[in-house]
Design a protein around this ligand. Structure first.
Ligand SMILES: C[S@@+](CC[C@H](N)C(=O)[O-])C[C@H]1O[C@@H](n2cnc3c(N)ncnc32)[C@H](O)[C@@H]1O
Length: 205
């Protein structure tokens, strides 16, 4: 699994390498643009414009929301990813910090209309994801939403089929969402699939 230094090294080529995997329609990034596009549309269909992005990387999603007048807050542990994102969004409030230890103080002190995390929460174990998502639900303003886009599957058997098909490129260090398992922990959660290995979750209080 990559640590912050690994992501620093990936930062310069990140947009290009994701694009190549997306175009090949293969794991892990098959459906990436559809997933980000769906979250973008759902956020702009609502009225809230105060957005927190966790593991925002180079800011591919949030830079578009920023251009549409959203106020962007973000946390990522890679200094280089944050530099690239900040150059795209000079007025965004971006902080360096490892979300496996929670939100940095400045971000924990506020509430948001939407909290997004794309292709990043698979770095947490399933119990860590559940705890973190519960904390994030408490950071939503009334009517707020959490949107997660990631490598994700409706069932454990769909995940196993993708693992088999992907062969050596499957990353055993990452813990992907399985909807039928995680939904048991949340009262309000939906999942929509956008490729054989990706989808969007929506959660609310
Ligand atoms: C695959 S990239 C996804 C970037 C972006 N959200 C996107 O959809 O293109 C994962 C990002 O999560 C960040 N990340 C991974 N684990 C993290 C952690 N524990 N705390 C904070 N950031 C983390 C990485 O630095 C990287 O920028």
């Amino acid at each position: 699994m990559r640590n912050e230094n690994g992501f620093d090294l990936w930062a310069q080529d990140y947009d290009k390498s994701v694009g190549l995997s997306e175009e090949a329609n293969s794991y892990p990034f098959a459906g990436y643009k559809k997933v980000l596009g769906e979250i973008f549309n759902r956020i702009l269909a609502g009225t809230g414009r105060n957005i927190l992005d966790l593991g925002l990387g180079t800011g591919t999603l949030t830079a578009k929301l920023y251009e549409h007048g959203c106020t962007i807050w973000g946390q990522d542990f890679s200094k280089r990813m944050l530099e690239i994102a900040q150059a795209k969004m000079p007025d965004a409030h971006l902080y360096q910090g490892d979300f496996s230890r929670g939100l940095v103080e400045e971000l924990a002190a506020q509430k948001y209309d939407c909290i997004v995390a794309t292709y990043t929460l698979h770095h947490l174990t399933d119990p860590e994801k559940i705890d973190f998502l519960r904390t994030l639900l408490s950071k939503l303003r009334p009517g707020g939403r959490i949107y997660i886009g990631d490598v994700a599957f409706e069932t454990r058997s769909a995940l196993e089929a993708c693992r088999e098909k992907s062969g050596d490129i499957w990353d055993d260090q990452e813990a992907y969402f399985v909807y039928e398992e995680i939904k048991q922990h949340f009262a309000n959660m939906t999942f929509n699939k956008f490729s054989d290995c990706a989808g969007v979750f929506e959660l609310w209080m």
